[in-house]
Design a protein around this ligand. Structure first.
Ligand code: CUA
Length: 335
């Protein structure tokens, strides 16, 4: 019986250890333990200090417990230990020790909060608007608007001004630090800085409806040169098609309900409900990070958006497969 329990215990501990190991090592999964920003670094350090303090408390308490269980074990079932009530030194010890631990944790947390709260003065402002279920990013100094993929120059602090169109969302890119709610009628400020070029995944962290789990974001940190080039390309209006197949796709797009919600600068499409599609083909994913941006996926998406992202505002438009193919060809030309 006991050996069976021990086997379960060993199995359970093994599982916990393995999952911790995987969570800590995989670069695919965003983890607060793989920080790439000064802020995330400070937060990860704080986490590790508190974690090891907790480990020390656990070991000391368990050691005292096991020592007492073994050392003061009764030899016979009838043995009754001396009946005592209270011990002043012990009461003082186990009240002050946790209080001291909490004071240390409080001071460290306060220091980290102070060091990471205020955005640096030279930070670049980006307006982040939460929508059911996608992210809108407006680069206020550059008059550029994009969706779901946030490009950042490496080493430059960025001030995210968080607002929401509808319900509460929460912006969270674990490797860049922080997590902050987007609240209606109030602007929250979260600052980030990526220290290393790369892609960092984020996820809405506040239950916001049926597709809360499908509300992903990606931060693309790149050199200042690449970032500037990206900004320049995003600023230009959409390319005007000359190829008849693409002209057909554009005309279908402009002649359907698409323009009620989407903007394509350089055309008559000026909707502001859904993502700006002026340079949609330059994004690596569509549908808030759910699908890789390929023609096949885009066709699937346009054919029946709610089937992919439940609760999405974009309706099934009952377009013919031919029309969808033409529209997709046009959208994929919008680099
Ligand atoms: Cu937006 Cu959860």
């Amino acid at each position: 019986m006991l050996s069976k329990k021990l086997r379960y215990l060993r199995y359970g501990l093994g599982m916990i250890f393995a999952s911790l190991l995987l969570a800590g090592c995989s670069s695919e999964r965003p983890s607060i333990l793989l920080p790439v920003s000064p802020k995330a670094n400070a937060e990860a350090n704080l986490f590790l200090i508190i974690f090891w303090i907790s480990v020390a408390v656990f070991v000391i308490v368990e050691a005292a417990l096991f020592y007492s269980v073994i050392r003061f074990r009764g030899k016979n079932a009838e043995d009754v230990p001396p009946q005592i009530h209270g011990s002043v030194p012990l009461e003082i010890a186990w009240t002050t020790a946790p209080a001291l631990v909490l004071v240390v944790v409080f001071v460290l947390t306060w220091q980290t909060l102070q060091a990471t709260a205020a955005p640096p003065l030279d930070s670049m402002p980006v307006l982040v608007t939460g929508n059911q279920f996608w992210w809108k990013f407006d680069y206020l100094d550059q008059q550029v608007s994009t969706a779901n993929e946030l490009h950042l120059p490496v080493g430059r602090p960025v001030r995210l001004l968080l607002e929401t169109k509808d319900v509460i969302h929460s912006f969270w890119v674990p490797q860049l630090g922080g997590k902050m709610d987007l609240i209606a009628g109030h602007q929250n400020v979260l600052w980030l800085q990526a220290d290393k070029a790369g892609e960092y995944h984020g996820q809405c962290a506040e239950l916001c409806g049926a597709s809360h789990a499908n509300m992903r974001t990606k931060v693309i940190a790149e050199s200042q040169v690449n970032f500037d080039a990206w900004i320049q390309s995003q600023k230009t209006p959409s390319t005007t098609p000359t190829n008849p197949a693409l002209v057909k796709g554009r005309d279908l797009f402009l002649g359907n309900a698409c323009i009620g919600c989407h903007m394509i600068r350089g055309t008559t499409a000026a909707g502001a409900v859904g993502p700006d599609l002026t340079h949609v083909a330059s994004r690596s994913t569509i549908a808030a990070g759910l699908l890789e941006n390929t023609s096949a996926n885009m066709a699937r998406w346009i054919d029946n958006p709610p089937a992919i992202k439940p609760g999405v505002l974009m309706p099934k438009l009952n377009l013919s497969q031919d029309d969808i193919t033409s529209i997709v060809a046009y959208l994929q030309s919008l680099k």
